[in-house]
Design a protein around this ligand. Structure first.
Ligand SMILES: *Cc1c(COP(=O)(O)O)cnc(C)c1O
Length: 368
């Protein structure tokens, strides 16, 4: 099979040494060897999440942990509600997941390409406070909206929630940013911070991770039907024994263990700086080539650039050209297909690799 280097926002390119780490002989998950693996991983994950607390590991993609967050943190019945902030396709789907789990969901939506602003959020929380005796159980926030290449102002948004509605749990999707952009779980005082293995972590798909606060665990205890597979209380009971309730994806955890070592060896701050640098190169390239950038200027993502296709090139034709040179980028997401295209610069991408892609794209563009 010819190797196509992926510049799509997940799954991303996985280095050969990480793929190879999955080839270790299988171990039983109730063994001492597994407990050691789990404890090592836990120790390193806490550094990446900037937390002293627990980080759950799930055999699912990030979507599974959306469901977990909602089921464990939002109560049932008329007194309970969640506010879902929506600024693109992924945050919209999380709102839908809230509804499909039977939760009373208020949508706070902005135009695609615009951020959720602190003022907007303040107004919405205030409105609830004025109309009801009970605050929202939780707010959902997507930190980096992959469909539009936009990063929401998380620090400011969290400050507003803490001020206006301090008992409201803060549920954050950082699926396409955590590991590429700094998010300090403990300092921000978040309640759930979730991500997937196949984006900034540079792993194959199949695992998801969530830091979860004591407050969120307390909330979970008050909710009757949390299901089983994603029950925080069940996960916590086993985590204390360096284990998982059901059979974990052990091969992926071998790869995770190796990749966490590599991430910490690179240094998290260096990793974040590399992502910011690659994003700047990509944005500069897009503007130089006469394209626009879809997201509002102050909120452009450091992990994925959503290019406004102002030159109206055929993205399918361009990708076919790139495929012959061993590269792949993403078309616009959903309704934005054709109007935009996306270049992911996340995980272990180097400047030389990105410049290789951009050179191939220039070659395509120069053909007229
Ligand atoms: C990719 C993505 C998801 C979906 O994650 P899966 O791991 O595919 O379930 C959710 N949110 C954001 C922001 C994403 O980029």
């Amino acid at each position: 099979m010819q190797h196509t280097r992926l510049f799509i926002p997940g799954p991303v390119e996985v280095r050969p040494s990480i793929l190879a780490a999955q080839h270790k002989p299988m171990i039983g998950h109730r063994s001492k060897a597994f407990e050691t693996l789990f404890a090592d991983i836990q120790h390193k994950l806490r550094q990446v999440f900037y937390t002293q607390g627990r980080v759950f590991i799930s055999n699912s993609s990030g979507t599974g942990l959306w469901e977990a967050a909602v089921r464990n943190c939002v109560g049932d019945g008329p007194d309970h509600a969640v506010m879902a902030t929506v600024c693109g396709a992924f945050s919209e789907r999380w709102a839908d997941v809230c509804e499909r789990n039977g939760k009373n969901t208020t949508w706070l939506r902005v135009t695609e390409g615009k951020p959720i602003t602190p003022n907007l959020l303040r107004g919405a929380l205030q409105q609830r406070a004025d109309a009801f005796n009970t605050p929202y159980d939780a707010v959902t926030l997507v930190h980096n909206e992959t469909s539009v290449g936009l990063t929401n102002p998380l620090v400011e948004l969290v400050a507003v929630i803490k001020e206006v509605s301090p008992s409201t749990l803060i549920l954050v999707d950082a699926v396409s940013s955590l590991g590429g952009v700094k998010i300090d779980f403990d300092e921000l005082g978040l309640d759930v911070l979730l991500t997937s293995s196949q984006k900034c972590f540079g792993l194959p798909p199949g695992l998801a991770f969530a830091a979860v606060s004591d407050r969120a665990l307390e909330r979970a205890k008050s909710i009757k039907h949390r299901g089983y597979y994603f029950d925080f209380i069940e996960l916590e009971a086993l985590l204390k024994k360096n284990n998982t309730p059901a059979t974990p994806a052990i091969s992926l955890m071998f790869a995770l263990d190796q990749q966490l070592d590599d991430m910490l060896t690179e240094g998290l701050e260096n990793r974040f700086a590399r992502h910011a640098h690659l994003a700047q190169i990509t944005r500069d390239w897009a503007e130089e080539m006469g394209f626009g950038l879809f997201a509002e200027a102050a909120y452009r993502s450091d992990t994925v650039t959503c290019v406004a296709n102002t030159r109206q090139i055929d993205v399918g034709v361009m990708n076919a050209f790139l495929a012959e040179r061993g590269y792949e980028i993403s078309d616009g997401y959903g309704k934005l297909k054709g109007r935009t295209f996306r270049i992911a610069h996340m995980a272990d991408t180097s400047e030389a690799e990105l410049r290789g892609l951009l050179a191939a794209m220039n070659e395509f563009l120069s053909m007229g």
